[in-house]
Write a protein of this length. Structure first.
Length: 136
């Protein structure tokens, strides 16, 4: 029999199982408990990332619709300095898809699309927001 001075400890996976570790660095009852816990952690992390990104998409959508109502006074088109949007928390790198043609790149959201251009002569970056006829 292997004598050990190690105290019983609770398996780290959350199963509630107590065991006497054979090594001081053993944290799980056995490998399958360790694997299960690893899988859960990876899944939770992915899920968290998904929810965080979803929140940013929705926030962007809200800000753009808000800008349409405020700057476009309810019209279907608004032009707003990009810095104004960013100041409110807009993250331009989050969009659903973008389409490009030789003149412009259009960033699509659920109910609006955005096109950026530089205002002459000062070069201020502007966002042209358009309400879409078809919602994604
Ligand atoms: Zn366990």
């Amino acid at each position: 029999m292997v004598s050990t001075n190690l105290n019983k400890r609770e398996c780290k996976c959350g199963c509630g199982q107590w065991f006497v570790p054979t090594r001081s660095d053993k944290q799980y009852f056995n490998k399958s408990h360790a694997d299960k816990h690893y899988g859960q952690r990876v899944r939770n992390k992915k899920q968290r990332k998904y929810y965080e990104e979803d929140k940013i998409f929705h926030r962007n959508e809200e800000l753009l619709l808000d800008a349409l109502n405020t700057w476009g006074r309810g019209a279907e088109l608004a032009i707003i300095p990009l810095v104004e949007l960013i100041a409110k928390g807009f993250k331009s790198e989050y969009y659903i898809i973008k389409t490009e043609d030789k003149n412009s790149t259009i960033f699509h959201y659920y109910s609006v699309s955005v096109c950026y251009y530089s205002n002459e002569p000062d070069g201020e970056k502007m966002a042209l927001i358009t309400l879409k006829e078809e919602v994604y």
